[in-house]
Design a protein around this ligand. Structure first.
Ligand code: FES
Length: 79
């Protein structure tokens, strides 16, 4: 199962990452996909955040549109 880890450290959280868990949950639900989604502590990439890891690979995801695009491009391969 694909694992999606969303950094919820203070920097990523303040930069917009606070909404990411809900965005990911809605995106998965709309497509009837299942993934392991969890929050993550700071991964020391604060200046590049918000940071999202998919199966251990870290991505810089500056806004919700980028998050949706990341899910579109990575999850069909992994799901
Ligand atoms: S708070 Fe997310 S990488 Fe530091």
């Amino acid at each position: 199962m694909t694992r999606i880890e969303i950094c919820l450290g203070s920097s990523c959280f303040a930069r917009g990452g606070a909404t990411y868990p809900a965005v990911v949950a809605a995106w998965l639900r709309e497509r009837s996909l299942v993934a392991e989604v969890r929050g993550k502590r700071c991964s020391k990439a604060c200046s590049d955040g918000p940071t999202v890891l998919i199966d251990g690979l870290a991505y810089r995801v500056p806004h919700e549109a980028a998050l949706r695009q990341l899910l579109e491009t990575t999850l069909p391969v992994h799901a």
